[in-house]
Ligand binder design. Structure first.
Ligand SMILES: [Zn+2]
Length: 107
């Protein structure tokens, strides 16, 4: 495969990407002045050479699976599990609701 063919392919992809973002590119170019305006039209973006297959994507993601959390502790207020050194969400919602009710009562 010749360099010219590779270059034209990447250019075609970049132009396709640019058409969707043309107003943004033009705005960036305009904000940079005349030189930026010239450069803004010539921005080429990095584009993957080939599409990543479903199989390859899934193989890569196998190392990123869900793991059991070891940093949970029971809340002292309600007993539900919560992350260590965090406020229990259920207790927080309960306190917030009570405070709003008190605020409404005083108004
Ligand atoms: Zn709680």
């Amino acid at each position: 495969m010749s360099f010219a063919l590779l270059y034209s392919r990447s250019l075609a992809r970049s132009v396709a990407g640019l058409s969707a973002r043309a107003p943004l590119v033009r705005a960036i170019g305009a904000s940079l002045g005349l030189l930026g305006g010239l450069l803004g039209e010539m921005i080429l973006r990095a584009v993957p050479k080939q599409r990543t297959s479903h199989s390859k994507k899934r193989k890569r993601m196998t190392t990123k699976g869900l793991k059991n959390r070891q940093d949970l502790t029971p809340c002292l207020g309600c007993g539900r599990p919560k992350p260590i050194a965090h406020i229990c969400h259920d207790c927080y919602v309960d306190i917030r609701r009570k405070l709003k009710a008190m605020k409404r009562a005083t108004e």
